[in-house]
Write a protein that binds this ligand. Structure first.
Ligand code: MAN
Length: 506
């Protein structure tokens, strides 16, 4: 028989029986409902209660409770604290309170608790046993798969360490030896690997920093003549435009100044129907006076009555060129597009552009290295397990959706909760290590976002063995305190742990 096929409890019981039952005691002649472990009590002429009191063997199962502990009536319901043992052959034995004996309900799968004839209990042990064994085999298979995956992931992590440890040529054999040996604890190897990568990054960053400085100097050198040449060109262009604008102002003014006396009057403006407020009615003196009254005080000052070029430019030009835009002689302000720089300046710009790009790229490379370094520094503090069994979870996230939220667990980083209906994700906690003494089966994520009128959110992740990393469910037993269950190969053990306590009957 394969070990896995035998249920854990059966195995424990068989072992217990083999140890406890003396060779002389016969299990066949045990009184009804008595457990095999109690066989020695029934071997002599008298029966000893658990507290030492002795009663005649005939008093056992006589429907009268003699022992305070109820041990003399295992097969009847006479003692409130007695226990009835179901053999349940084909399935797992069970111990139940003897009050259930002959109560009309089938409690044992072999039906042995109902012998009064009140009800006929079919024996379902074979069927239940088979189902239980199949379920146990499925579970064992999952555990085996999980453990195999764990070993594969550990080896992968070790190989990665080896590669990075080999890198610097100094002390090659010593490093490889350390990577393989048990002399250095695995966690230290994990640190060593990262420390070496940090040191390598520091060196790269030093030379990158020098390069950034060189490129910065080259950039300045290229930008100085570029800026000077552009400034001359731009000023020149601005002067040309200024002259064109002044020409447009003056020409428009001259066009309106019919008598050429260098001042505009209401009479001169009255000649232009475009200045009418009401097109139907035509232009009126009232319209012109309203136009000339730029300070809107109801009367025309001297400057408003006899408009100079400067006054015209400042207060009237923009309105008049708008309403009389199509009229010959009216010149709106020119808006010529700025011409391209000449070839010499273009060359200077191209040189400066190249210098700027080179500098920017070197800076971004430096920033990337800096962020790699920061990440490694963080990772230095990760506890990835004695055999790196958690190393594969670095920088990985696992998700679960329930009705309302999408939860995201990023190991060694954070847990978030994102409303499915939209809105930003809430941080439930930051990585705060495995719970001490939990054999890395519980991890804490603390100091999440503040709960309204409550504590900062926190989340405990409970890990059990599984073939792959998978979040099973999330609960919030107390407001803003979350419990997330997760399966992971990282916590699988090499053998099925036999834990009799977990299979305690009653
Ligand atoms: C949000 C969620 C819930 C939490 C409440 C507390 O709705 O984070 O899980 O219980 O806030 O106000």
């Amino acid at each position: 028989m394969k070990l896995e096929l035998m249920s854990v409890t059966t195995l424990v019981l068989l072992l217990a029986v083999a140890v406890v039952v003396p060779a002389t005691a016969s299990l066949d002649h045990l009184p009804r409902g008595a457990a095999p472990k109690d066989a020695p009590h029934f071997a002599g002429d008298a029966f000893a209660c658990d507290n030492g009191k002795s009663i005649p063997m005939e008093s056992v199962n006589d429907e009268f409770c003699d022992c305070d502990d109820g041990s003399d009536e295992p097969g009847t319901s006479a003692c409130a604290n007695g226990h009835f043992y179901c053999t349940n052959e084909g399935h797992e034995p069970a111990l139940m309170v003897s009050g259930r004996v002959n109560d009309g309900l089938c409690d044992c799968c072999d039906g042995s608790d109902e012998y009064s004839g009140l009800v006929a209990c079919p024996n379902t042990c074979e069927e239940l046993g088979r189902a239980a064994r199949e379920a146990a085999e499925r579970e064992a298979q999952l555990q085996r798969e999980g453990f195999a995956t764990r070993v594969r992931l550990e080896n992968q992590a070790k190989q990665e360490i080896q590669v990075s440890v080999i890198q610097p040529s100094c002390c090659y054999f010593f490093r490889v030896f350390l990577a393989h040996s048990r002399v250095v604890p695995s966690q230290a190897k994990h640190h060593m690997e990262r420390k070496e990568r940090i040191a390598a990054l520091d060196k790269e960053m030093e030379s990158l920093e020098r390069r950034v400085q060189e490129l910065e100097a080259a950039k300045t050198e290229a930008e100085t003549p570029e800026a000077a040449a552009k400034e001359v060109f731009d000023k020149d262009w601005e002067a040309t435009m200024q002259a064109r604008r002044s020409e447009a102002h003056a020409n428009t003014f001259d066009f309106l100044d019919v008598n050429n006396d260098q001042s505009l009057t209401a009479e001169e403006l009255l000649l232009h129907p475009e200045l009418a407020n009401d097109e139907q009615q035509g232009v009126t003196m009232k319209d012109i006076e309203a136009l000339l009254d730029v300070d809107d005080d109801g009367s025309l000052s001297e400057a408003e009555q006899s408009v100079s070029l400067d006054h015209f430019k400042e207060h009237l030009y923009s309105h008049i060129t708008k309403v009389m835009a199509d009229k010959d002689g009216v010149h709106p302000e020119p808006s010529d597009p700025k011409p391209e720089y000449d070839e010499d300046i273009k060359t200077l710009i191209a040189n400066a552009d190249a210098a700027r790009t080179a500098h920017r790229e070197a800076e971004s490379q430096k920033r990337l290295k800096e962020s790699d370094r920061k990440k490694l520094e963080n990772e230095l503090n990760y506890d990835t397990g004695d055999s790196h069994e958690f190393a594969h979870m670095i920088n990985q996230c696992y998700e679960l959706e329930d009705r309302e939220y999408k939860y995201k667990l990023c190991m060694f980083d954070k847990v978030t909760q994102e409303p499915k209906a939209g809105g930003r994700a809430t941080k439930l906690g930051k990585w705060n290590g495995f719970v001490e003494g939990s054999d890395r089966t519980r991890a804490k994520f603390d100091d999440g976002e503040k709960c309204w009128n409550g504590p900062n959110r926190s989340c405990e992740v409970q890990l059990s063995c599984g073939a792959e990393n998978k979040v099973l469910d999330v609960a919030e037993p107390n407001r803003c305190e979350y419990v997330m269950r997760m399966e992971s190969p990282a916590v699988c053990k090499p053998f099925l742990a036999i834990d009799p306590a977990a299979h305690d009957e009653l």
